[in-house]
Write a protein that binds this ligand. Structure first.
Ligand code: FCB
Length: 449
């Protein structure tokens, strides 16, 4: 029998989480508050008044969670480091107990044969820095590099791959444009400023890394193909949406320039950027992490500032509980697009997964999440198609290891391959966890054609 295309022998199979979404005890052991702690404690901003105060209690249960990862056969674990555990005020004094937590986590993973893949910033900015302007203050590039250096010195000898930022697009769009995410600003002028400072901070951390350690470092972006809805006017809307979400971050990093469409998109809110800052941002990285969840079909919509494009719901297509169209071929398209536009850089799918309606409590030993299993299979086949077309895809991290605090949705959206009963903290692997284990064991062969 002819064998289908397959995954490379050293393909990294992982799962992802982030600090504020799973750790709990956000102020324990000398940690300072983050903007997500403040945001979730502001009435009315998060569904059901949920907060990350307990979350998955991973801060105290991390050893059990490592044992769970081992049971599943994970080769790598992507987590994030809470900046305000390490530097309670965001800069200045280092909190050794905060560093100690990540030190133990990394050692525990390594002892189990799981590669640690930390992200330095997954949205939980120290509140002390928000008071100084947060991502709007140009000094933040230096603050971020100082924090990154503390972590490189503490863990750089043991951590093989680092990511600087998670999804700068969502930080600017959710945090500074429409305000549904922390710090909850609603401004027409701030998003492009925050984006530029995020990129400067990313580059500053990469440069600091070269001086401190010799592993690999990259950034994680979320990408989405933007397909025009049928009418002619929608082609421009799709181009603008693509410039705003996808190319705003990758063009500066790989080409040292912003997409030309952004001047039209932002109008008078588009800042001028000194050329030396764009040179600074164009700092070589070792890999790119791609988070892929869905595509969007867009139409021109003059009321949707600044992009003047809005998403058209695809009737008769399957959607997840977060109303995202399930569109696996978009993952192949996205990976090919990155390679064709930016060159042959090593890629990882750093997040991919689905929230689906599930009960708060599970009776049996397994929760049979058939739709997530189908989602996982179809997206892994799509990743394999990209590999067959020559994309240098090195690994895949499912989002998420555990059901967790899904930002403004609180605990109402379950993304885990392992169910968490938040009343008891009981972990129950879902069918998708068993399926994923089997895929890992066979290095993808069990996916079949
Ligand atoms: C991504 C985030 C991650 C999680 C998933 C569902 O945008 O990086 O923290 O919320 O979406």
């Amino acid at each position: 029998m002819k064998r289908g295309p397959s995954f490379p022998a050293n393909f990294l199979w992982g799962a992802a989480t982030s600090a504020y979404q799973i750790e709990g005890s956000p102020l324990a052991d000398g940690a300072g508050p983050s903007i997500w702690h403040q945001f979730s404690h502001t009435p009315g901003l998060v569904a059901n008044g949920d907060t990350g105060d307990v979350a998955c209690d991973h801060d105290r249960r991390y050893s059990d969670d490592i044992a769970l990862m081992k049971e599943l056969g994970l080769g790598a674990y992507r987590f994030s480091i809470s900046w305000s555990r390490v530097l309670p005020a965001g800069r200045g004094a280092v909190n050794d107990r905060g560093v100690g937590f990540y030190d133990r986590l990394v050692d525990g993973l390594l002892a189990t044969g799981i590669a640690p893949a930390p992200t330095l910033f997954h949205w939980d900015l120290p509140a002390g820095l928000e008071e100084r302007g947060g991502w709007l203050n140009p000094d933040i590039a230096g603050w971020f590099a100082e924090y990154a250096t503390v972590m490189f010195r503490a863990l750089g000898d043991r951590v093989p791959m680092w990511a600087t930022l998670n999804e700068p697009h969502v930080v600017t769009d959710g945090g500074y444009l429409h305000g549904a995410l922390a710090p909850g600003h609603r401004s027409l002028f701030e998003p492009a400023v925050a984006a530029h400072n995020l990129l400067r901070a990313h580059a500053a951390a990469v440069k600091a890394y070269r001086a401190e350690a010799s592993g690999r470092i990259g950034i994680v972006v979320n990408l989405e193909p933007k397909h025009p809805s049928s009418r002619d006017v929608d082609a421009e809307a799709a181009r603008h949406a693509d410039a705003y979400m996808n190319r705003q971050f990758l063009d500066p990093i790989f080409r040292g320039e912003y997409p030309p469409e952004l001047a039209a998109v932002f109008g008078e809110a588009w800042p001028t950027h000194p050329p030396h800052e764009l040179d600074f941002i164009r700092e070589p990285i070792d890999f790119l992490g791609v988070n892929y969840y869905t595509r969007s079909v867009v139409r021109h919509d003059s009321s949707a500032w600044p992009v003047r494009a809005s998403r058209v719901k695809q009737r008769r297509k399957a959607h997840t509980a977060t109303a995202w169209e399930i569109y696996p071929q978009g993952l192949t398209e996205t990976l090919l697009w990155v390679r064709d536009r930016y060159g042959d850089i090593p890629l990882y799918v750093t997040e991919n997964g689905a929230a689906l309606p599930e009960p708060d409590t599970v009776a049996g030993p397994v929760l049979n999440d058939r739709r997530r299993q189908a989602f996982l299979r179809s997206h892994l086949r799509a990743a394999r198609d990209a590999i067959a077309q020559g994309v240098d895809l090195r690994g895949y991290f499912v989002w998420s290891l555990l059901d967790n605090f899904e930002w403004s949705h609180g605990y109402s959206k379950r993304f885990g391959i392992v169910h968490v009963d938040f009343a008891t903290q009981r972990r129950t692997p879902k069918g998708s966890a068993h399926l994923y284990s089997e895929i890992i064991r066979s290095n993808g062969a069990s996916l079949g054609r």
